[in-house]
Design a protein around this ligand. Structure first.
Ligand SMILES: Nc1ncnc2c1ncn2[C@@H]1O[C@H](COP(=O)(O)OP(=O)(O)OP(=O)(O)O)[C@@H](O)[C@H]1O
Length: 233
C-alpha cells in the first residue's frame, strides 16, 4: 500500500499539493485524475522520493519514506516510476541494453532476465532493436520493461496513454491488468475517464492540489468540473 499523510508540497512560493491524504491499495490499480496542473505528477513523484514533501509524509508498505541516499536507493528498487515521455527514461541504444541498465546498477535484490521482462510487456524478440527506431507505444513498453526488470512491488505510470492510439491504449489496459493479477500495485495518472474506468480499481481526483473525489467508480462524476476529457476505450 502507498499512502500520503497530510502531504504539502510546493515549488518555491507556489503551493502545489495542500494536505493530500492519498491511498493506493496493494495489488490494485489506483487511478489519479485531474486537469492540467492539478498536481498529479508532483504527487506521483513523492512515491519514490523524486520529490520530498514540505510537510506530511509518505508511507510505502507501512514504512515511512526517508530521504537519505540509502533509503532512496531502496525505495526506488521497490517503487518503479515510468515517466510520461519515454525519451526521459530510455538511456541505452538497444532495447536489451536499456532494459538491463537498471538491474546492472542494482545492488542486492533479484533482477529479472531481459528476455523474460520483454515477454511480459509483449516485446519478445525485441532485444537487438534500436530504441530510437521504436514507435511511441513500443518505447513506452520498453520503459515499463526497464522498471519491471527491477522486480518492483509498486509501479507508478505518469500519463501512460499520452501519444497512444486506441489500440495501443487497449493493449496497455490488458498489460496493466495482467501485471496487477501478478501482484503489482499500480498508481496511474490520466486525464481520460474512459481509460481510467477500463484500467482502474479505485479513483482519486485531484483538483488544485487537493483531493476532490475518491471512490471505487467514476460513474456520476462531474468530468467538466474537474477538467477531465471525454474519451472512449
Ligand atoms: N519543476 C517545476 N518547477 C516549478 N513549477 C513546477 C514544476 N513542475 C510543475 N510545476 C508546476 O506545479 C503545478 C502542478 O504541476 P504538475 O505537473 O504536478 O501537474 P499535473 O496535474 O501533473 O499536470 P499535467 O496534467 O499538465 O501533467 C503546475 O502549476 C506546474 O506549472
Amino acid at each position: 500500500m502507498i499512502e500520503t499523510v497530510d502531504l504539502h508540497f510546493g515549488y518555491g512560493d507556489q503551493s502545489v499539493l495542500r494536505g493530500v491524504d492519498f491511498t493506493a491499495q496493494s495489488a490494485a490499480v489506483t487511478v489519479l485524475l485531474g486537469r492540467n496542473g492539478a498536481g498529479k505528477s508532483s504527487l506521483l513523484k513523492q512515491f519514490n522520493g523524486l520529490l520530498e514533501p514540505d510537510r506530511g509524509h509518505v508511507e510505502i508498505g507501512g514504512e515511512r519514506l526517508e530521504y537519505d541516499s540509502d533509503s532512496l536507493k531502496a525505495v526506488r528498487r521497490r517503487v518503479g516510476f515510468v515517466f510520461q515521455q519515454p525519451e526521459d527514461q530510455l538511456v541505452a541504444p538497444t532495447v536489451e541494453q536499456d532494459v538491463a541498465f537498471g538491474p546492472h546498477n542494482m545492488e542486492g535484490g533479484e533482477a529479472e532476465s531481459v528476455s523474460r521482462t520483454l515477454e511480459r510487456v509483449g516485446l519478445a524478440g525485441y532485444e537487438d532493436r534500436l530504441c530510437s527506431r521504436l514507435s511511441n507505444g513500443e518505447r513506452k513498453r520498453v520503459a515499463l520493461a526497464g522498471v519491471l526488470a527491477m522486480n518492483p512491488d509498486y509501479v507508478v505510470l505518469d500519463e501512460p496513454t499520452a501519444g497512444l492510439d486506441g489500440e495501443g491504449t487497449r493493449a496497455l489496459v490488458d498489460l496493466i491488468r495482467g501485471l496487477t493479477d501478478e501482484g503489482i500495485t499500480f498508481v496511474v495518472s490520466t486525464h481520460y475517464p474512459g481509460f481510467a474506468s477500463a484500467v482502474g480499481d479505485a479513483f482519486t481526483v485531484l483538483d488544485d492540489g487537493e483531493i476532490a473525489y475518491r471512490g471505487a467508480t467514476l460513474e456520476g462524476i462531474d468530468a467538466e468540473r474537474y477538467g477531465l476529457r471525454r474519451f472512449g476505450v
